[in-house]
Design a protein around this ligand. Structure first.
Ligand SMILES: *Cc1c(COP(=O)(O)O)cnc(C)c1O
Length: 389
């Protein structure tokens, strides 16, 4: 029986030819292709500036640094995310303030964000995560942030492309970061992109991205000024993206809408195929918004089942289908739990979700037959394990 992996990238001839062209060109690190990728990305989003980085984690770190976050500062974020969202706060010696999610979208609970602002001094930034590719309530968050002089950094690792109230994710918060990790909606193997409309943030992040040098490497070797000369103005990082990776990225970006359409069609097929089963399918809280469908997350109705979520995952694996769980909430991980004295009872909606959620395979490379097999397998496992069945 053929195994259906949980995720697979979709790399075409165009990406491969572009990488070969780059390898043959002699310019492997950050150069013209990365500049082109940045310009194309900024145009696609409709943002002023785009900065390519070697991961979204690096991008989130640079963004918080540019927003002036440091020791003693607080940054509000959700427990229902990947640890990268929160670890970058610690990189800068600041502390996260964790809040729960909304029960329908699994996005950050905006009411709890408001309470957290009241309860803490020195809140500098809020990091919402557009969970699964459905935009958080950015309009409301922006209103609250403005009122308190707080900045918004969007973790858009799942959200290319996505919209909220007709605006593209990447055009709303102060800074937005996308991920091109291997299983994300578009990929460069490893990589990410920061977008912002603020020239000051752009300048700072551009400088810190490459050792705190005030001109980037490409300029250094191609401009008319003496090529050996540069100024270090800060102890920066090494977060630039290579032209090899950008070669993949520029062609992935061209396909972003087609890839999204396929994930959306699979999600639609799942929603219809799972009708009547003891599980809750994902849905858009704002039906007009664009969902990237990076993740397709169902919630098992445990009250109607004789098996746990973990057992369901085992049975899926035995039937040759890979699944995942997004996420093991941060309050369950030793580092966050112990250092921030996090109590699961403070995050009831994340806990409730955690015990029930399963992410099913949803990627453009899946064939209709594979989608059908996932539906049949989920149906038979749930029907066979229903209470009173
Ligand atoms: C993948 C992911 C990241 C990190 O992205 P990298 O490019 O791997 O650094 C951050 N936040 C969320 C929500 C993610 O899913």
């Amino acid at each position: 029986m053929e195994f259906i992996p949980y995720a697979l990238p979709m790399i075409g001839k165009e990406e491969i030819a572009e990488v070969v062209d780059t390898l043959e060109s002699g310019w492997l690190t950050t150069g013209k292709k990365t500049k082109d990728f940045e310009t194309q990305f900024a145009d696609y989003i409709g943002a002023e500036f785009a900065l390519a980085v070697n991961s979204a984690t690096a991008g989130l770190h640079l963004a918080l640094e540019a927003l002036g976050v440091g020791p003693g500062d607080k940054v509000i974020t959700t427990v229902h995310t990947f640890t990268a969202t929160a670890e970058v706060i610690r990189y800068l010696g600041a502390d996260p303030v964790f809040v729960d999610i909304e029960g329908d979208s699994f996005n950050i609970d905006v009411d709890e964000v408001e309470s957290a602002i009241e309860a803490h001094e020195n809140v500098k930034v809020i990091i919402p995560v557009h969970y699964a590719g459905q935009a958080a309530n950015i309009d409301r968050l922006m209103g609250i942030a403005k009122k308190h002089g707080i900045k918004i950094l969007e973790d858009a690792a799942h959200a290319l492309p996505a919209t909220h109230n007709s605006k593209k994710v990447g055009t709303m918060g102060d800074i937005t970061v996308f991920s091109f990790y291997a299983n994300k909606t578009i990929t460069t193997g490893e990589g990410g992109m920061i977008v912002t409309n603020n020239a000051e943030y752009r300048d700072r992040m551009s400088c810190m991205r490459l050792h705190g040098i005030s001109r980037d490497v490409f300029d250094r070797f191609t401009s008319k000024k003496p090529s050996w000369h540069y100024n270090v103005v800060a102890p920066g990082y090494k977060y630039n993206l290579t032209d090899i990776a950008s070669s993949i990225g520029m062609h992935q970006l061209k396909k972003a809408d087609i890839l999204k359409a396929r994930r959306e069609a699979i999600a639609q097929a799942y929603n219809e195929g799972f009708a009547g089963l003891p599980l809750k399918t994902p849905y858009l809280v704002n039906p007009e918004d664009v969902h990237s469908w990076h993740l397709y997350v169902v919630q098992l109705d445990l009250d109607s089942l004789t098996i746990s979520r973990d057992r369901f995952i085992e049975l899926m694996a035995e039937s040759g289908i890979g699944t995942s769980v997004h996420y093991i909430p941060l309050h369950r991980h030793p580092y966050w739990k112990e250092n921030y004295k996090l109590d699961a009872r403070c995050f009831p909606k994340s806990e409730y979700a955690y015990n029930r959620i399963v992410s099913l395979p949803n990627y453009p490379k899946m064939s209709d037959e594979q989608v059908e097999r996932v539906i049949k397998t989920v149906r038979s496992i749930l029907v066979e394990n229903m209470k009173g069945g």
